[in-house]
Ligand binder design. Structure first.
Ligand code: CS2
Length: 499
């Protein structure tokens, strides 16, 4: 960033809002009147491009002051977000990026934020306070301490063991929420709703399962209270939100004359479908574009199987081909054809939804992936592959095999992910990889990433799929062999010739 630009850019604060350029949208409501009806754990980029924006829209209508968000950061990298937000009176900006058009908007719905390891009691007090009607969560696909394929709650996890031994000094969201529930129970206070905003199938049900198991491990009475009082609405969330980069910050300073330490960037598309099951009141989300429904499951299936699964398809094979951004991968003619074939294969496993034309939906997904402005990182899409493959690909594969179909593209996607475990792309470049559950693939990786059977037998990822459908091993192995001997383009071309 040019020093001159930085010097002349206005630092984002409550007191500088009036000095910002006219093209920057900003809160028109009195932020000092907002109070936090919602305590949110995990104020990463996605929370700030999604839930917090819906709340900002609602506050902007001037009808309510109750639904501000009090943010809680649990993880080491949240410390930096906390510092940035605290310096800016909890204001941050959202840059919506579409090819050829950028808009910048300051979001004011965060009423506060703390870094939990330094403010444990504050977090618990907030959650127990009468003000708090909803505790919401964005803790990522892998953050629920549940094995997807088996549904087992991992109570042996060292952080959960810590939280069971030190209930008043928790580390995890489960520890915090259970302790807050225990205090509410003891004080005879009304419950809150636990709202998961993660991209997980049945996110409310999963959160409930994890909390009940953890609560039970603390005491039977607590588990009973949770079961009888707390509600866990399911929801489907959607907005592509890349990692914020220094380039984004520089662009905001140069183009818009504003200094923001913690901006977020996102596409302009956004969607939220929620189950209406809030025990202590809720924001009128439907007034600001969210859809309230009785059954979220079909929307989730559609989104996770087509959009997220489509991302994984472009991600692993795209990374192997040397692409850095999803838009580059989606513009690569071969990968684009593969993405379209992937979605055609997945579609029969997606239940019909009134008012939704699946062809239109998939065309929109392709268009969203092709958006060159947001520069969504392939490395972001590929991270946490064990959790993503088991959530975005394995259930579809199971459904297709169950109905007697012979999937061609999905086995290639799995083989692509397995081939990716070698850590180097086709040109020998080391790929940027991150997976908290990487140890699950140790045997496969240690033996040279060649024997698909060693991966397919990993139950936390694949469940019983390989045993139930013995033909699967051959399908994945065939693709892996092709990738290893003839390369990524040849393997894709071969599959495309068969569909
Ligand atoms: C992506 C998601 O991480 C991934 O694999 O598919 O983060 C995706 O961008 C969001 O779910 C969009 O809502």
């Amino acid at each position: 960033m040019q020093n001159d630009t930085v010097r002349s850019a206005v630092a984002l604060r409550n007191s500088t809002l009036a000095q910002l350029g006219a093209e920057i949208m900003r809160p028109t409501y009195d932020r000092s009147r907002t109070f936090p009806g919602l305590v949110h754990i995990g104020v990463g980029a996605f929370n700030r491009s999604h839930l917090a924006v819906y709340l900002d829209d609602l506050l902007g209508r001037g009808e309510v002051v109750r639904w501000g968000e009090f943010g809680v950061g649990l993880l080491p990298w949240d410390r930096e977000i906390h510092a940035g937000l605290a310096e800016q009176d909890y204001l941050y900006s959202l840059m919506a990026l579409e090819t050829g058009e950028e808009t910048l908007r300051v979001i004011g719905s965060l009423a506060g934020h703390v870094y939990a390891p330094e403010a444990t009691e504050t977090v618990l007090e907030r959650m127990v306070s009468d003000e708090c009607a909803i505790v919401s969560l964005t803790v990522t696909e892998g953050g629920y301490f549940i094995e997807d394929a088996t549904g087992r709650v991992q109570l042996e996890h060292e952080d959960l063991r810590h939280d069971l031994e030190h209930p008043a000094a928790p580390k995890t969201w489960l520890g915090y929420v259970a302790e807050a529930a225990a205090r509410r129970m003891k004080l005879g206070r009304a419950p809150f709703t636990l709202l998961s905003c993660d991209n997980v199938h049945g996110n409310g049900a999963i959160a409930r399962k994890a909390l009940l198991a953890f609560g039970e491990a603390r005491s039977g009475a607590l588990a009973k209270w949770i079961e009888a009082n707390i509600t866990f609405p399911n929801s489907m969330v959607d907005r592509i939100t890349p990692r914020t980069t220094d380039e984004n910050r520089a662009m905001i300073a140069e183009r818009f004359g504003m200094m923001d330490h913690v901006p977020v960037v996102a596409e302009s598309f956004r969607q939220w479908v929620l189950e209406d099951a809030f025990v202590a009141g809720r924001p009128a989300f439907e007034r600001v574009g969210a859809q309230m429904t009785g059954d979220v499951a079909p929307y989730e299936k559609m989104k996770m199987r087509l959009l997220n699964g489509g991302h994984s398809t472009l991600g692993y094979l795209g990374d192997l081909l040397g692409h850095s951004f999803i838009s580059e991968a989606a513009a690569d003619p071969l990968l684009r054809r593969l993405l379209i074939a992937f979605m055609a294969e997945v579609k029969p496993s997606v239940p019909p939804l009134p008012g939704i034309d699946l062809d239109e939906y998939t065309a929109t997904v392709v268009k969203r992936f092709t958006n060159t402005a947001i520069r969504d990182q392939v490395a972001r899409i590929c991270c946490e592959g064990c959790a993503k493959i088991s959530k975005f690909i394995v259930p579809t594969l199971g459904d297709l095999l169950k109905t007697g179909r012979t999937p061609r593209v999905l086995p290639l996607v799995i083989a692509g992910w397995l081939h990716y475990q070698r850590g180097r792309d086709e040109n020998g470049r080391a790929m940027q990889m991150a997976d908290a559950q990487a140890a699950l693939l140790k045997e496969f990786v240690d033996s040279g990433c060649a024997d698909a059977g060693l991966a397919l037998k990993v139950r936390p990822i694949f469940g019983e799929l390989a045993t139930a459908y013995p033909q699967l091993a051959g399908m994945v192995q065939g693709n892996l062999d092709e990738l290893r001997t003839h390369g990524v383009r040849a393997a894709i071309t071969k599959v495309l010739a068969e569909v």
